[in-house]
Each structure stands twice: as C-alpha cells, then as structure tokens.
Design a binder for this molecule. Structure first.
Ligand code: ATP
Ligand code: MG
Length: 574
C-alpha cells in the first residue's frame, strides 16, 4: 500500500500532549523514565506505593483517585482514602499469614473492594491473580490449581464456583458480602477490613519480583498464566503519559474489567502511577449508561475496545445526541483490530479520532500505538512507542522489507515484558525462539512510513489460490455493509484453492437473512476490496462466538466449520 492511496485522518493541534514522535524516539532513554519514580532515589520498590501512597503523601492527597458507580452504588475515594483502604486489605491478608510471593486471587465483580484488595495484595509483595467474574467452575479451578493460589477473595454467590475441596493449596476464602450470608470457614471481608489498621508497612521488593498473574483470554487455545513483575510500572507510567496523554486534571475512564490485562495495566496502574482520577463503572454494557457515565464525570480520556465501539455504532447516532460528550479530549481502543468504518464513524459522531493501540497480555503495556500527535491511518495500529523496536520477520528471523506480510516481532527486552509463563517454560520459549526477538504470534506488515498494519493471528491468515489474505481486511469491508453488525472470517480447506474464504455474519436489527442479501454482500466485498478476498461462503448467525473480553473467536468458527472439537471454551461468552 503506497502513500497515495492511504486514507489519513490528520491530527489537529488541539491535543495537550504535543510530543514530537520523531524527536522523542531519537532522544529516548528508559533511564529518564526511571527517574520519575521514588525508588530511583530511595531504592525502595513497590508499585502500589508509587501508584497510591506517593500521591497521598503529596499535595494530591485529597485529589479524587477513584470514581465508582454501578446501578446501585456511587462512591468516590481520594488518594489518601485509597491508601488507607489498601493498607487495611494488606493487614487483613498479613493476619492470615499471607506474604511475599504468595498467589492471591480475586474473583468478583468490579466494586471498590476489588481495587482495595488488589492494591493490598501488591503492598505485601504477594502476587495478584484477577479472575473475570463470569468464569465457571472448571475455569476457576484450572487457574487456581495451576498457580497454587493460597487465598481467594470472592462473593457468597461466586464462591459456589470455587471447588475448595479439590484445591489443597487454597487455605483462605474471603467473602465480600452481607454478614448473614457468611459463616466459617469463610472469612468475612467487611468485618476484617473494619478491624484492620489503616497503617501498614509496605513490603519493599525487587523490580523483578512478582506483581500479577494474568491468565490470557483464550482466543487461540488453553489459557496460560502470564507472570509480570514490578518493573512493568516503568512502561505503564510512561505510556499513560505519552499514549493515553494523561494530564494532571484528566478524568480517565478505561472500560476493561481487571480480569483482563487492560483492566489492570490501564484500568489501575497507568492512571494511578500518573496520579490521575480513574472512573470505574460496574454493571453491564448499555450505550445509554456508558454515555451517561461520560457526561456525569466529564470524562476527558476514554479507553475502550472495538467490540464496544461496534456496539455503540450499532446503537445509532441518535443516542449519542442525547448525551453530553463534550468533555472528551482523547479516545483510544485496544483488544482487536479497529475497523476503519468504526474510526470514520467515531470521527463523525464524537468528533474524536479513535486511537488504536496494539499490545498483548504478554507485553504488559502498549507497544505499537497511534499517538495523540500523529496522523491516523484508519486500519493501522500505529507506530512503535519510543524505546521499542518492532519489525516484520520471517520464520528464520530475517527482517522483511516494507509491505511484506510476516511475523510481527519486537526487539527484546522492554520494561513491561512478561517475566515468564507460570509453570510452562516451554510455552515461554515459543515466544523467544528467535534470539533477540519476541515473536507475537500476530501477522502484520509495515508500510514505507513505519506504520504497522495488523493482518490477523498467524494461525488465522488464509491462503487462497496462492494469495495470503488477512481475515481482518475482509471483516472490515464486511462491516461497512449497512446490514452487517459483526463478521468473523476463516479459511475453509478446499481441494482446488487450498482454502476458500468463509464469512460468519451477524446482522443489524431490521435485516433478514436471505440468499439475495448474501449475494449482495459478496458483491460489495468484490467491488470494494477484491475478487479474491470476497467470501465464497456466507453463513448468518444470531451471535458470533466471542471471548468474555469481546474478541471474535475464529478458532471456534473454524472448529464448527470442520466439525472438530472446539477446545478450551472457558473464556467464551454465554
Ligand atoms: P490467547 O493468547 O489466550 O489466545 P488473546 O491473544 O486474545 O488470548 P490478549 O493478550 O488479551 O489475549 O490479546 C492480545 C491479542 O489481541 C494480540 O495478539 C492481537 O491478536 C489482538 N489485538 C490486541 N490489540 C490489537 C489491535 N490494536 N489490533 C489488532 N489486534 C489486536
Ligand atoms: Mg494471545
């Protein structure tokens, strides 16, 4: 793709962060970022101290750190209040004999208690294992057993899915709920918190001591325990500043659940390391509630995901007009490729350029991004952040020239790179099999200006009549059609063509699945993209299989198609 036919949404000079990308990349040194942390002077390391206590000891002490709301609760906490609540949680855990290196899991809906606890775990040097509340018993058991967790904080309702009798290492089950629901041997969270002191000694750790264990979402197979260490804070603070563009008085809202890495790296660490007000909304997705949240708190920076933006787009322009979104200054997306159609729509109705960011659970923080001060090329993930080098390499490790599709790889190391995969060194080696590089498992190409373009996961790239087709491009064209709400595209084995393209499509409200519509959609892709990328087969579905974090699971579509076992489904939606 040459420069001439690239669509560009140019930057407007209204952003607060006017960092010059080229200049920042030239002069960049991670050592300069390290100077921003108190441990640089004191030698005392703990992420929770940097995120909370440091601000509580400064003039930001009474600044709002957390605005929480759900359909029944609405609460706000200052940095000082969060310091005290997380100290209580730390003391509660210490009293049980829990300490440095122990794995402590959190399995509950988003509430302030979740945030107090997670910070408390980190304060005592233990390792937090957040689990999304929708997990069923087998998924919970697999993760607790694999990690050897000693404690779990959950609710009276969810504890039914924690098979303690099958988990010999699990010693403490703490429940967040009403007193009458909680009896021994369960520990009553509220009571322990109330009795605990608001002062606690912080466990000072090493930069390479354990912080968090995230089991990834399972788009491609069995979930793996990605282990991160305190060092990750360096890149989380930095990207919070230069990619999220967080400024002193921002009101920031990340819509991700802490069960996924976005909900911790950017739903907890990045905003608080930067001392910024963080909005958390509990409860289910609804366009009205989401827009209302932006208006109520006057959100300035908003980080969400393609699936949410597609649903908001599906809800229509009229809904947007009923709310006050004028506070928004900067909007970002992560998790899946961001369809150009969604970017155009966002620009039209929000007046905001939605900035795509690419990274993974394993990478701990953002790596390839669209910056505030950068022209957006819809469909591109952007350029590597200063301090990070990315390339497209072939399977032998040769760096490929621009415009060639291949393995998206990152030069090792960077501060937030995973430290290991828990209990699975062989898996870790798959990522690092080519010396000097981290192999992401994603397929992409780089254009002549250094912008990266995601094509699909390596396993999802389709080989049809000798052409390599990335499913993302086809899906993006499909969702441009007015009838299409969402699309998942796979390669189906074919004796003549190697593979043919098959599209699974869910329709927007008001459209009926007919043979004519299939033909019209096929024609639409043929004319708008290319004949060889047009689906040979279309199947309409009420819903596409997605992970709980909202990603279309192409491996499940493929398994359906080939009538193969679907593999691990612990992370699938209902
Ligand atoms: P698993 O590794 O268990 O199969 P997962 O890969 O979905 O699950 P995550 O670590 O949450 O788990 O997601 C990272 C992946 O999501 C990336 O490798 C990429 O495929 C996709 N992704 C994330 N952000 C983007 C983006 N901006 N553009 C395109 N793809 C993205
Ligand atoms: Mg992955």
């Amino acid at each position: 793709m040459g420069k001439d036919n690239v669509e560009i949404i140019a930057v407007e000079a209204t952003q607060a962060n006017m960092m010059d990308y080229e200049e920042a990349s030239r002069s960049f040194d991670w050592a300069d970022v390290e100077k921003r942390f108190s441990w640089h002077e004191t030698g005392k390391v703990n992420l929770a101290y940097e995120a909370i206590d440091r601000h509580a000891a400064s003039e930001r002490r009474d600044h709002i750190a957390l605005h929480y709301s759900d359909p029944v609760r609405s609460e706000s906490y200052t940095f000082e209040q969060l310091r005290q609540q997380s100290n209580r949680a730390a003391n509660m855990l210490r009293k049980l004999g829990i300490g440095k290196g122990d794995r402590v899991f959190i399995f509950m809906p988003r509430t302030p208690e979740l945030y107090f606890t997670l910070l408390g775990i980190i304060k005592i040097g233990a390792i937090a294992g957040p689990l999304f509340e929708a997990f069923m018993e087998t998924a919970v058991k697999d993760r607790l057993a694999d990690s050897g967790a000693v404690a779990i904080i959950t609710t009276p309702k969810l504890v039914e899915r924690v098979p303690s009798h099958e988990l010999p290492e699990l010693q403490h089950v703490i429940l967040v709920g009403d007193e009458q629901e909680i009896t021994a041997p369960y520990i009553h969270f509220a009571q322990e918190m109330q009795e605990a002191s608001t002062e606690a000694d912080i466990e000072w750790v090493d930069l390479d001591d354990g912080l968090i264990l995230h089991y990834t979402s399972g788009s491609t197979g069995k979930p793996k325990g990605v282990y991160h260490v305190h060092r990750a804070m360096i890149q989380q603070e930095y990207t919070g500043r230069i990619v999220l563009d967080l400024q002193e008085n921002d009101i920031y809202w990340c819509t991700a659940d802490p069960g996924w890495v976005t909900g911790t790296s950017y739903g907890i660490f990045a905003p608080w390391l930067n001392g910024v007000t963080n909005v958390v909304r509990g409860g289910r997705f609804s366009p009205q509630d989401w827009y209302e949240t932006i208006g109520r708190y006057q959100v300035t920076v908003w980080y969400s995901a393609p699936t949410a933006f597609r649903m908001l787009m599906g809800a229509g322009d009229e809904v947007v007009q009923q709310y006050d979104l004028s506070s928004l200054r900067h909007v970002l997306s992560v998790g899946e490729p961001l369809n150009p159609e969604v970017i155009r729509w966002g620009y039209r109705v929000y007046g905001q350029r939605i900035h795509d960011t690419w990274w993974m659970t394993e990478t701990g923080a953002q790596l390839i991004c669209n910056y505030p001060r950068m022209d957006i090329r819809p469909g591109s993930m952007g350029r590597p952040i200063p301090g990070v080098e990315a390339a497209i390499i072939d399977d032998a490790g040769n760096v490929l020239p621009p415009l060639r599709m291949g393995n998206l790889a990152i030069k090792t190391p960077w501060p937030s790179m995973m430290y290991k995969i828990w209990n699975n060194p062989a898996k870790f080696e798959e990522y690092t099999r080519i010396p000097g590089w981290y192999i992401s498992g994603d397929s992409a190409y780089m254009d002549e200006d250094g912008y990266f373009w995601f094509q699909g996961r390596i396993d999802d790239v389709i080989n049809t009549s000798g052409e390599r087709v990335g499913p993302f491009e086809v899906e993006s064209k499909l969702v441009e059609h007015p009838a299409v709400a969402e699309a998942g595209v796979i390669g189906k084995p074919d004796p003549v063509r190697g593979e043919v393209i098959k599209a699974f499509i869910s329709l927007r409200e008001g459209y009926t699945a007919t043979e004519e519509l299939k033909q019209e959609i096929t024609r639409f892709v043929k004319e708008g993209l290319s004949a060889h990328a047009a689906p040979r087969e279309i199947e309409f579905k009420d819903k596409l299989p997605k992970t709980r974090s909202g990603k279309i699971m192409r491996r499940v579509l493929k398994a359906w198609e080939l009538e193969l076992p679907t593999g691990d489904l612990s992370t699938i939606e209902d």
